[in-house]
Write a protein that binds this ligand. Structure first.
Ligand code: KG4
Ligand code: ZN
Length: 333
């Protein structure tokens, strides 16, 4: 039996989780509301909020799990990529805690953690290697080919903005608040996804580019607003549905191509944008069409959380891959 305590603090969520073998005993997340008024994450405020949240969050995770500190076998933590000030809080806490309870430390890459969340035991089927995972978050957009837990080939990536960033920027243009992804998802349900078309760029291979979509959305609205200053208000649902469909179609077209080319019959999604309802239903549709299997994470494992860090740490613990106390965080992948 292995019990892991894991810490996640790479961006604006402070999270701690306890995992026993592959089962989540607790997964506590403190999201930081302070950034909403600024329309994006303010790094300085994020690190301060992590500092305030980290002890109560870890305390709650241990209490909810119903375990004693002595039962923890190792402490996992997100080492990067992420915001330096945010990471430093979680990394320093994990080091101190592991030292205090005299247990090994395990460093985890945040992106691997998102993908490995599919191996948390929820009593549901898990993907078998090899499979393809689309990792879509506020900071990353990658098509990954998983050959083993830590044998991951990046087939394609964005050359500029991440998909979540593009959605959040479109929401910002429409003054929908931050983060805009969930708002666009909700409003799109009442809209016509074919009302407007926004050009998607031709990028070679499995790479993506999202900055052009954002610009064409901006210019389209600028022109329409000249004719009708209330254009956004009058057509909000159609705008949300159309931009969401543009982004989801673009994402999945390349994933489908990658699966065909690599003869892979299992597709997974991970990261914050994998909470998007159209992305989830379209992935299902594509997989049904080809008789492939779709793996869609529960909402609690889509956005940043420590349970995904714990499962990655669990596999590293089994391999005896411990981290040195002197390891610094890293900000880029
Ligand atoms: O993985 P995550 O929590 O943080 C990063 O590592 O970036 O992802 C956050 C991103 C944000 O861009 C947010 O708008 C997006 O995930 N997101 C969504 C939805 N829920 C969260 N995007 C579209 N539809 C959603 N339902
Ligand atoms: Zn993330």
């Amino acid at each position: 039996m292995t019990t892991i305590l894991a810490i996640e603090s790479s961006c604006d969520d402070t999270s701690a989780a306890v995992l026993r073998d592959r089962v989540v005993l607790s997964n506590v997340i403190a999201s930081q509301k302070v950034h909403e008024q600024y329309g994006g994450v303010v790094p300085e405020l994020a690190s301060r909020a992590h500092q305030q949240n980290i002890i109560p969050v870890v305390d709650a995770a241990i209490k909810q799990a119903g375990i004693a500190k002595e039962e923890i076998d190792a402490v996992g933590f997100t080492r990067g990529p992420g915001l330096l000030g945010s990471l430093l809080v979680g990394v320093s806490f994990a080091k101190s805690f592991a030292t205090a309870i005299d247990r090994p430390l395990i460093e985890v890459n945040h992106l691997q953690a998102h993908v490995l969340s599919h191996f948390i035991d929820r009593g549901e089927p898990m993907p078998q290697f090899p499979f393809i995972c689309l990792l879509v978050s506020g900071g990353h957009t990658q098509i990954l080919l998983l050959k083993d837990y830590f044998d991951i080939e990046c087939l394609g990536t964005t050359i500029d903005d991440a998909a979540g960033e593009a959605i959040d920027k479109a929401a910002k243009i429409m003054d929908l608040g931050y983060p805009g992804g969930p708002v666009i998802d909700r409003l799109a349900k009442d809209g016509d996804a074919n009302a407007y078309r926004f050009a998607t760029p031709h990028i070679a291979g499995y790479d993506y580019s999202f900055s052009g979509i954002k610009t064409s959305f901006l210019y389209f609205l600028r022109d329409r607003l000249k004719e009708d200053p209330d254009f956004i208000e009058h057509h909000k649902a159609d705008l949300c549905a159309s931009i969401q469909k543009t982004i989801v179609d673009f994402l999945l077209k390349k994933v489908e191509r990658a699966a065909i080319d690599h003869k892979v019959r299992q597709l997974a999604i991970a990261g914050g944008v994998s909470a998007n309802s159209l992305l989830r239903s379209e992935l299902q549709r594509i997989c049904q069409k080809h008789h492939w299997q779709a793996f869609i994470p529960p909402f609690s494992f889509c956005t940043d959380n420590a349970a995904m860090v714990a499962i990655a740490a669990h596999f590293k613990y089994q391999r005896g891959e411990y981290a040195d106390i002197s390891l610094p965080p890293y900000t880029r992948s």
